[in-house]
Design a protein around this ligand. Structure first.
Ligand SMILES: *Cc1c(COP(=O)(O)O)cnc(C)c1O
Length: 431
């Protein structure tokens, strides 16, 4: 089979290689990259002995004939060197823990893999690039960890002041080679706008800019791996996948897996009070809204960027056939954390709890005849304040976190101002 090419969500004339798509982040017309075709993957034929060997097989289909054909094996081995346990919480209700990587969220899958692939490409071309990342919490630390010390890459992290947890902030501002953290006086959406503005700012035309937000297709491809692995290990063709969602990147990766041949009874996007997507599925005229703050802050996204991908990939009927979405309040999220702890002795972080509550709400609905899989997106120790408030216990602190306290930090505070931000980038890039 020939190499898989990529197109923009906004036009399909010009196509791109995966290396080009990874490096530029955004298509030249401002759209997001999407695969032109999906390799057909038979879940039954995948190896079942380990997540690693299953992943290698999936990536070999996706990256065959590309510049990464010879390197993806060592990249995956190095990037995804942590476990992916699936826990049975209740009869037919499973939780897939995606938080055992170095920064304790599922974003380690995408960020670490993407960083290493891009590093291979820059090694070959000798180019230097500046990667900008707007983060509402977990993306930033995953990207900072994933890209730190990779030759040819400077990382600029933007996070909203006072809107990330204490632990998240600590993870963001730890000093790392090639990583520059900025606290922005504004919201996550302001941070995301700054990133978008830099791409079109003529003052920055001499800087090679990219992004490692889930705008970047390189983040999404590795996230397909665990969906397929879950279907493989649970041996179910009608698994309902419940995805705690914000920017809709994780959900889009699941849709990629489904378009690649993975059977599922459907996806349930579990949102907090930032409810654009649930609204859209019932009312096509619903529009983006400013983000509101919740206890599950990594999902506080008013204008999910991957919505553009979903609408380009699926017709409305296909979308509503494959995906349902709900919005869960903070108070129900807290009740859910409490209930799961009391019933099953399971400590869940607030993002996962949004998913668990969505799962419970969907019971009895037509979609839930078969088993359910809730994607657990973060470790509870990232959110010790709310865990101790709701459960009255302190979550166990994994070594990934405890060792951060001894490390030096570095961070600057800036306004949500496009021109000021352009100056910051210019200085860093030394052009
Ligand atoms: C980023 C994040 C999400 C949302 O994922 P999207 O791909 O943006 O929809 C959910 N939970 C946690 C813990 C996250 O860090």
């Amino acid at each position: 089979m020939a190499e898989i090419r990529y197109r923009s969500t906004r036009s399909s004339g010009k196509t791109f290689s995966i290396g080009e798509a990874l490096e530029s982040g955004l298509a030249p017309d401002g759209g997001l990259f999407l695969p032109l075709s999906f390799p057909r993957i038979e879940i039954a034929d995948l190896p079942e002995d380990s997540f690693a060997s299953c992943s290698l097989e999936i990536f070999s289909r996706w990256l065959k004939g590309t510049e990464f054909e010879d390197s993806f094996e060592s990249v995956l081995k190095d990037a995804l060197n942590f476990s992916v346990p699936i826990v049975e919480l209740d009869r037919n209700v499973f939780v897939m823990e995606l938080f055992h990587g170095p920064t304790l969220s599922f974003k380690d899958f995408g960020a670490r893999t993407m960083a290493r692939l891009l590093g291979r490409r820059l090694e070959r071309t000798g180019k230097r690039i500046t990667i900008m990342v707007a983060t509402s919490g977990d993306t930033g630390s995953a990207v900072a960890d994933g890209f730190a010390g990779i030759e040819g890459i400077d990382v600029v992290l933007l996070f909203p002041e006072n809107q990330v947890s204490r632990v998240q902030e600590r993870q963001l501002v730890v000093k790392r080679p090639g990583v520059h953290a900025f606290r922005v006086r504004g919201t996550f959406d302001d941070c995301q706008s700054l990133v978008k503005s830099a791409f079109t700012n003529p003052e920055l035309r001499d800087v090679s800019l990219s992004t490692a937000n889930s705008i970047n297709i390189g983040r999404l491809l590795p996230q397909m791996l665990y969906y397929m692995w879950a279907v493989k290990t649970l041996g179910s063709n009608d698994l309902q996948m419940i995805v705690p969602s914000g920017n809709l990147g994780n959900l889009t990766a699941g849709v990629f897996a489904s378009l690649s041949g993975m059977a599922t009874s459907g996806f349930l996007a579990a949102h907090n009070k930032n409810d654009f997507f649930p609204n859209f599925l019932t009312d096509p005229s619903a529009s983006f809204k400013p983000s509101v703050r919740t206890d599950s802050n990594a999902m506080d996204v008013g204008a999910p960027s991957n919505f553009e991908r979903l609408s380009s990939l699926l017709t409305r009927d296909e979308m509503t056939g494959l995906i349902a979405a709900v919005s869960i309040s903070d108070s129900d999220t807290r009740l859910s954390m409490k209930r799961i702890y009391e019933d099953a002795g399971y400590v869940s972080d607030p993002h996962t709890a949004v998913g668990l509550e969505a799962q419970r709400n969907s019971e009895g609905g037509q979609r839930s005849k078969g088993p359910s899989l809730v994607l657990s997106t973060a470790h509870p120790a990232k959110f010790p304040e709310i865990v101790s408030e709701v459960l009255g216990i302190n979550p166990e602190v994994p070594s990934q976190l405890s060792k951060l306290n001894a490390l030096p930090t570095s961070c600057q505070t800036i306004d949500a101002d496009k021109d000021q931000f352009a100056q910051v980038i210019l200085e860093l890039a030394h052009v």
